[in-house]
Ligand binder design. Structure first.
Ligand code: APR
Length: 312
């Protein structure tokens, strides 16, 4: 059966995600945006590339017409505003909260069985808004952050050691922000922990670069934020779900006591399959790592409290 994916927000991340979904023939794609003409134009442009890229995925772009997303299997939500230089992800909270609430409400009406992949920032807080507005079960609302953060860490490890990115594996936990928790102990090159391949100072500098990975790109682009890697990360998650791969990926999921955390979306390793989050994997953390994860959880809790104050 051909799967159906809706991508809400036809901007940089959304359009690139639509392209990747189509080129991998993972699903037919519907692009939705508030701007007149843009989603239709981008979908048509992508459809015209199909003969060259050799895929038969159908692409449709519409403005505000959620009926087009009816019965989607998966919905990637990128709607919102991106960061400008000097802004943190948290500075987007008020604007993106309103957008996320209206989008998730509309999506839930037309695609009640879909799995939601949330991309808009501040990520962990936006997951809470989407979870509440959609009324979806816990396993069906998932945030994209850890896949991107660990891809950045992997890219930096490969550059540092001059090895193939394919040999690298990295784990990043926690919120998608300055408090994210990269775990060098669980980060490997061909199975060898990087702690055996690099000095503690070098690892710390790569960890720091990973934490600031988004800001580094915002600073270079001047307008807008990263989109090639974020769209690749969202589509890796979509692929794991659409193909029921049971793939373990770091994602933002709402916890029910795992890692001692309750009712909070935070980045943890999860098993992704056709039911969305099929399992939260609990890995052993050192005291220091636990402390860092708790600090990260506190930062997310602070944002969720702000949401409540703002009337989410
Ligand atoms: N419904 C649908 N689309 C919307 C809505 C809405 N209510 N409000 C805004 N949009 C659309 C905008 O019109 C725009 O086309 O969302 C799109 C966002 O695209 P960009 O501005 O290009 O931003 P992008 O770089 O794609 O980032 C989107 O993802 O990574 C995060 O921090 C980033 O929150 C940001 C989001």
């Amino acid at each position: 059966m051909i799967k159906k994916a809706a991508v809400i927000g036809a901007g940089q991340v959304g359009a690139t995600a639509a392209m990747r979904l189509a080129e991998k023939e993972l699903a037919d794609v519907v692009l939705i945006d508030v701007i007149e003409g843009v989603p239709a134009g981008k979908a048509l442009d992508l459809a015209e590339a199909a003969p060259i890229e050799k895929h038969d995925a159908h692409l449709l772009g519409v403005t505000n017409d959620y009926g087009a997303a009816k019965d989607s299997d998966i919905v990637i939500i990128t709607a919102g505003i991106p960061r400008k230089p000097g802004m943190s992800r948290d500075d987007l909270l008020t604007t993106n909260m309103g957008i996320m609430r209206s989008v998730a409400t509309e999506v839930a009406k037309v695609a009640p069985n879909a799995i939601l992949i949330i991309v808009s920032n501040p990520l962990d807080a936006m997951c809470h808004v989407a979870y509440e507005a959609s009324g979806f079960a816990k396993n069906k609302v998932i945030g994209m952050a850890g896949v991107l953060d660990s891809a950045r860490f992997r890219a930096f490890i490969a550059m540092e050691l001059n090895v193939s990115v394919e040999n690298t594996h990295a784990f990043v936990l926690g919120g998608h922000g300055d408090t994210m928790v990269p775990l060098p102990r669980y980060s490997t090159v061909a199975g060898i922990p990087i702690t055996e391949l690099m000095s503690a100072e070098r690892i710390e500098s790569l960890v720091e670069r990973t934490r600031n990975g988004g800001a580094e790109i915002v600073g270079l682009l001047k307008t807008g934020s990263a989109y090639y890697a974020p769209s690749a990360a969202a589509v890796e998650m979509a692929e794991a779900i659409l193909k029921d791969k049971k793939k373990i990926l770091p994602c933002a999921a709402i916890l029910s006591g795992e890692y001692g955390i309750n009712d909070l979306f935070i980045g943890v390793p999860v098993k992704l399959g056709k039911n969305g989050v099929e399992q939260v994997m609990e890995i052993k953390l050192t005291e220091e790592e636990k402390k860092a994860l708790n600090m990260s959880a506190d930062a997310v809790r602070g944002l969720v409290a702000d949401l409540k104050r703002l009337g989410s």
